[in-house]
Design a protein around this ligand. Structure first.
Ligand code: PNS
Length: 157
């Protein structure tokens, strides 16, 4: 069974993330979305809220599940019997940092392959930070985040 993990902060999940999850779910038998419990990044949504939003958004995709993790990503991958780490790339600006993380993860545990997926061009300008900025000023979240969670995000601001 080919199991992939898709890690991130997901503060909150965006339509760009969801697109990667859907496409990865067609490539692997199982995709586990890993929500990093990263208090040091001062997330707006706590890890459980982020997990709930992902669950709500992906509940119709049978082979996708979501878990919160802390510590090293390679350990999370190992615990879940995954062999692949999925990362989404929006622009070349993402590449340098992602390349460094992929090499580091490879050095930490050579068993895992990082697989990069290009974000669909229609989502390439979306990030969780942009979504929070729009929500802060009560802008329209339509098209940026999955419809079912837009209200929850607005309520937070
Ligand atoms: O959505 P983000 O914040 O860009 O995701 C970053 C994430 C969670 C993928 C990265 O910070 C991570 O893997 N953190 C876990 C700790 C770890 O394994 N660090 C070493 C590799 S960077």
């Amino acid at each position: 069974m080919r199991i992939a993990v898709y890690p991130g902060s997901f503060d909150p999940i965006t339509n760009g993330h969801l697109d990667i999850i859907k496409r990865a779910s067609r490539l692997y038998d199982k995709v586990i979305v890993g929500v990093l419990n990263n208090a040091s990044k001062n997330p707006v949504f706590d890890a459980e809220e982020r997990r709930e939003m992902i669950n709500e958004t992906t509940r119709d995709i049978e082979n996708v599940s979501c878990d919160v993790f802390s510590g090293l990503l390679v350990d999370f991958a190992k615990q879940n019997f995954a062999t692949v780490i999925i990362k989404g790339l929006r622009t070349v600006a993402d590449f340098e940092y992602e390349f460094q993380m992929a090499l580091l993860n490879k050095a930490l545990n050579p068993e895992y392959e990082t697989v990069f997926m290009m974000t669909d061009s229609k989502f390439s300008y979306i990030s969780s930070s942009m979504v929070k900025e729009v929500a802060k000023y009560h802008g329209q979240l339509e098209g940026l985040v999955p419809a079912g969670i837009a209200d929850k995000i607005m309520k937070k601001f």
